[in-house]
Design a protein around this ligand. Structure first.
Ligand code: HEM
Length: 389
């Protein structure tokens, strides 16, 4: 006779083995189990190589496929890859794409017809980065060429020493706050987009990572500041940027670049007006609107991946074009034209400068139609008088 506990262990072992075998046979012989109730499991190790010969195999749903080839989830993954949205109990307002792993197929301008994420990547890497970067380099080289070949535009009339107020302190404050915000955005934007080509090899991954992280945040906050100052600039300079007499003539003569003397203009020439309407107004508005979408500060908008992809592409195109425009503007407003920067820096230009570059404006000032001094100058303080009683 054996020990009673040994007998008990042997009995338990036999019972367990019997249970296990009954489970396995239930899996391997579904026909036997088909009639019984309860959850039925399928043996995913049972490969059925001929299942694909069944009619309609390719069109099977996942449930149908599971019957003929347990564990084969290809129909489900094909749907996921094609961008089909599944069910999610999360609220659409908070998680608009919770049921959707891979975006549906689209063809963005310049991309193949493919998943939206990949289509966006193709537009960015094949178009925005190479062509946008090339445009900026071409503009810089062209301006350098003009500067070294022709030099800055000079004033030929001798200086009179008499000054005209070209920009009031308010106009200058509006302009420079806008220009400073723009430069912050342009520098950070260029490093975010192109820094890995020219900065990363120089400063290394660690520093570049921290720098772009900091610049990305600077970019996000400078954007709204730029937008506000842009509105102020637009309203401030609007009245002198409408088309006026002489503008057409100036355009037809290429602003004097097609030989001869520059045709007379009003306070701003059509070149400045083109920057104002094309850059400040049109591109500026598109760039700001798309930037606001990416900053997620437009109320009521549903922020999906597609929303961000489209906003990014619009932002990329408009910001590269506006940078090209303002490079030319900043060139003419600094080293490209003698006397222009002084006007925006200190507010005043010499009468000779006004007569040579903006003759109609100068004539209007001489005729008394526009005051030569528009801002109120600070009066010297009057010494206090003793009070008479
Ligand atoms: C660092 C870059 C910049 C420099 C050096 C610069 C320089 C100047 C100068 C010197 C003027 C006076 C030109 C004249 O007397 O006719 C001017 C005018 C003006 N600038 Fe800038 N600027 C810069 C950036 C910007 C930016 C980013 C904007 C707007 C987005 C802007 C908008 C204007 C406007 C609206 C005018 C008045 C001319 C007009 O309305 O047509 N500037 N700038």
């Amino acid at each position: 006779m054996g020990h009673p506990s040994r007998l008990l262990r042997a009995l338990l072992l036999t019972a367990c083995t019997a249970l296990l075998w009954s489970g396995v046979s239930a899996q391997t012989a579904p026909s036997v189990a088909a009639g019984s109730s309860g959850i039925q499991s399928a043996n995913i190790f049972e490969v059925k190589p001929d299942a694909n010969e069944a009619p309609g195999y390719a069109a099977q749903t996942n449930a149908e496929r599971a019957k003929v080839q347990p564990g084969n989830n290809a129909p489900m993954w094909r749907q996921v890859g094609a961008g089909v949205t599944g069910y999610s109990s999360l609220p659409k307002s908070q998680a608009p794409e919770a049921g959707n792993l891979i975006q549906p197929f689209v063809q963005y301008p310049g991309s193949r017809l493919t998943n939206a994420g990949e289509a966006w990547r193709e537009v960015r890497n094949n178009w925005l980065i190479p062509y946008g970067g090339s445009l900026l380099v071409i503009v810089i080289l062209a301006l350098a060429f003009v500067y070294f070949a022709k030099g800055p535009m000079k004033t030929t009339l001798p200086a009179t020493g008499r000054k005209i107020e070209r920009f009031t302190p308010f106009e200058r404050a509006a302009h420079w706050s806008n220009a400073i915000a723009f430069v912050a955005l342009a520098v950070s934007g260029v490093i975010i987009a192109y820094g890995k080509f020219f900065l990363l090899p120089v400063i290394g991954l660690t520093l570049f990572g921290w720098l772009t992280y900091a610049l990305k945040n600077l970019h996000n906050f400078a954007g709204p500041l730029f937008a506000v100052s842009m509105v102020v600039v637009f309203v401030t300079f609007l009245k002198d940027n409408w088309p006026e007499k002489g503008d057409l003539q100036w355009v037809l003569q290429g602003g004097g670049m097609l030989g001869g003397h520059a045709p007379p203009t009003n306070r701003f020439n059509p070149g400045s007006k083109a920057i104002f309407w094309g850059g400040v107004f049109f591109l500026g508005l598109i760039m700001i609107a798309s930037g606001f979408v990416m900053d997620k500060i437009v109320p009521g908008l549903i922020y999906e991946r597609g929303t961000m992809q489209i906003a990014h592409m619009v932002h990329g195109v408009s910001s590269v074009l506006i940078m090209a425009m303002f490079l030319a503007h900043a060139y003419l407003g600094s080293i490209g034209m003698d006397g222009a920067y002084e006007g925006m820096r200190h507010g005043y230009v010499d009468e000779a400068w006004a007569q040579e570059h903006h003759e109609y404006w100068y004539d209007d000032i001489k005729a008394g139609k526009i005051p030569a001094q528009r801002s109120v100058q600070a009066q010297p303080s009057v010494p206090s008088q003793p009070v008479q009683t």
